[in-house]
Design a protein around this ligand. Structure first.
Ligand code: DON
Length: 565
């Protein structure tokens, strides 16, 4: 073992407590940065956010403009037919708010709606077409954000998105990659094919994609706020289109949709405060669990390849709890206090060997019955006064359900796939679940999206990424990096690795481990699998208290842009 540790001693450390900044809980609010920054997955969206702040808007106004613009110019990843989470920090009152704009299962949905008569999953039903779609929350989330936290008229914040929908956006490499992947499903939705498969064929990189119907829908929202989407003409078009194609949405589903404000999930790791998403996202709880797990080890135990091994073991155990216990707390009782207690992870640590992987099958859990990417989108905003937004929003997999109800321009999500359609049956991200995350009318599917703030005496980081089940471990790795002194650029570009309990393997990007580390981890009994392509599209804004520097960094794997104003 000692040899394994020394082998890796010169390599990058996972966790080093030595250089951690300290933060006392009695800290006063952070000083205002005096600069604004946006990091998002698309330069047009970043520009929209900066323009809004230049016009006197705050970070919350900017977040609405960024989200709306992303919904037009990054249609593969998020939009008005989807949902998401907005984590806010309000500088004037020194408070955190969390807006849950997650999709809800339609009223007519049932627990076994994706199973055939023999109780087997019907392939594709949670992925393509209107049955895959939950009731969207993003339009309500944006309107709520503007109304309660913004300073500018909602219509002004939607203006850049409307312009891009009318004038068109340019097809990018990444947008085309996803479209190619979903071409067959897109072709089955005439309204979607009209926009995204001109003349029945894939567009070329550089082609201009106009979305006139979407512009009309957005103009109704500009005039009537959330009602412009959830009621009246738009609602009728959405429901008619869904029902005509075999879906189950009703007008009541839309008019009853509400965002929910929830308490963020907050933890402390050796002086770093971590503020993240509560249920129905598993993100904040899983992060809390892994930090509690790591906290029980001495810094030297967490160095080198042993540190990586222990981090993997922490991920394994927290994701096991995710699979077993987590779901929408408005429907099921989740033992959040127990899961996030120190005692729980102390007990988990008892089954960990410092030099041997624990097979997931040795943990009590769900039997294994059986690709994540960079769809979804995350953006980070800070304004000159110190207000912050971390937002992760999505239509789930590439181009969501690949379905547009005619006349709306709205690409529907396929978030129903985030439910556990049957205990132990893996979803698109190979996640398994149990009754806690079973489908029920009005319920919100369990998410991994983890918009997060990190705070210490060093400063502040606003962090998040897409990537399905891997979102949480990406945010975890980035948080540990920041804890160890990394810059925003380091955080977004680091090589990533991930374990999610089942399947029982460590997936990793080339370069995440050295050859020696791979050998050492395999010798401990870990199964390692290099991913077919890099994953994630992280956007980070940081503010350093000592230097006053504000940085904005986007993932080199994506096509985004981070700028400081
Ligand atoms: O809420 C979730 O966890 C997923 N719907 C997020 C999907 C995602 O990040 C897609 N990117 N690979």
């Amino acid at each position: 073992m000692r040899k394994l540790i020394s082998l890796a001693a010169t390599l990058s450390f996972v966790i080093v407590a030595g250089c951690a900044a300290q933060l006392s809980d009695s800290r006063s609010p952070a000083p205002a940065p005096g600069k604004a920054a946006v990091a998002s997955a698309d330069p047009l969206a970043t520009q929209a956010g900066l323009d809004v702040m230049a016009a006197g808007g705050n970070a919350f106004d900017a977040a609405v403009a960024v989200a709306a613009t992303l919904g037009v110019v990054e249609p593969s990843s998020s939009g008005f037919g989807g949902g998401g989470f907005f984590l806010l920090y309000i500088a004037a009152t020194d408070e955190y708010r969390f807006i849950d704009a997650r999709e809800m299962a339609p009223i007519l949905s049932t627990r076994d709606m994706y199973l055939d008569e023999d109780g087997n999953p019907v392939k594709g039903l949670t992925v393509s077409g209107p049955l895959a779609a939950g009731i969207p929350g993003e339009p309500a989330g944006m309107a709520y954000l503007a109304e309660n936290f913004g300073t500018l008229p909602f219509a002004d914040l939607l203006a850049p998105a409307i312009r891009h929908a009318e004038e068109g956006f340019t097809m990018s490499r990444r947008a085309l990659l996803g479209l190619r992947f979903r071409k067959r499903s897109v072709a089955e939705s005439p309204a979607m094919a009209e926009v995204f498969l001109p003349n029945g064929e894939l567009p070329a990189i550089g082609d201009v994609i106009r979305q006139p119907d979407l512009a009309t829908t957005l103009r109704r929202m500009a005039a009537d706020g959330a009602d412009g989407f959830y009621k009246g003409e738009t609602a009728h078009l959405l429901v008619d289109g869904v029902q005509a194609a075999g879906g189950i949405w009703t007008l009541d589903d839309l008019s009853n949709y509400r965002v929910i404000e929830r308490e963020p999930q907050i933890t402390n790791y050796r002086g770093m405060k971590v503020v993240s998403a509560p249920l129905p996202s598993s993100g904040g709880i899983v992060l809390t669990q892994v930090f509690n797990f790591l906290d029980g080890y001495a810094p030297e135990q967490l160095a080198g390849v042993q540190g990586k091994h222990l981090l993997i073991e922490g991920m394994r155990r927290a994701y096991r709890d995710r699979a077993l216990y987590m779901g929408d707390t408005d429907y099921v009782a989740v033992p959040v206090a127990r899961l996030t207690s120190r005692a729980h992870m102390d007990a988990q640590r008892a089954s960990v060997a410092l030099d041997r992987a624990t097979p997931s099958s040795e943990l009590d859990g769900i039997p294994d019955d059986g690709s994540a990417g960079d769809q979804t989108t995350h953006f980070s905003v800070i304004d000159a006064a110190g207000n912050r937004v971390a937002a992760t929003i999505t239509i789930n997999t590439w181009y969501g359900a690949a379905f547009i109800p005619p006349g709306t321009g709205v690409i529907l999500n396929n978030e129903m796939d985030d439910f556990s359609i049957k205990p132990g049956v893996p979803n698109e991200f190979e996640l398994v679940g149990d009754e806690a995350n079973a489908v029920a009318p009005g319920k919100r599917p369990l998410s991994s999206m983890s918009p997060t703030f990190l705070e210490s005496d060093r400063g502040i980081a606003v962090v998040g990424t897409p990537g399905g089940s891997r979102i949480i471990t990406m945010v975890l790795n980035a948080s540990l990096d920041w804890f160890n002194g990394a810059t925003a650029e380091d955080m977004v570009s680091r090589k990533r690795f991930h374990h999610q309990y089942l399947p029982d393997r460590v997936s990793y990007e080339p370069g995440a481990f050295s050859a020696d580390e791979i050998a050492a981890l395999e010798a401990m009994g870990h199964t390692l699998k290099e991913v077919a392509r890099p994953y994630g599209n992280m956007n980070v804004v940081t503010y350093d208290f000592a230097t006053g520097e504000v940085r904005s960094a986007t993932d080199p794997r994506g096509e985004g842009e981070g700028r400081v104003y």
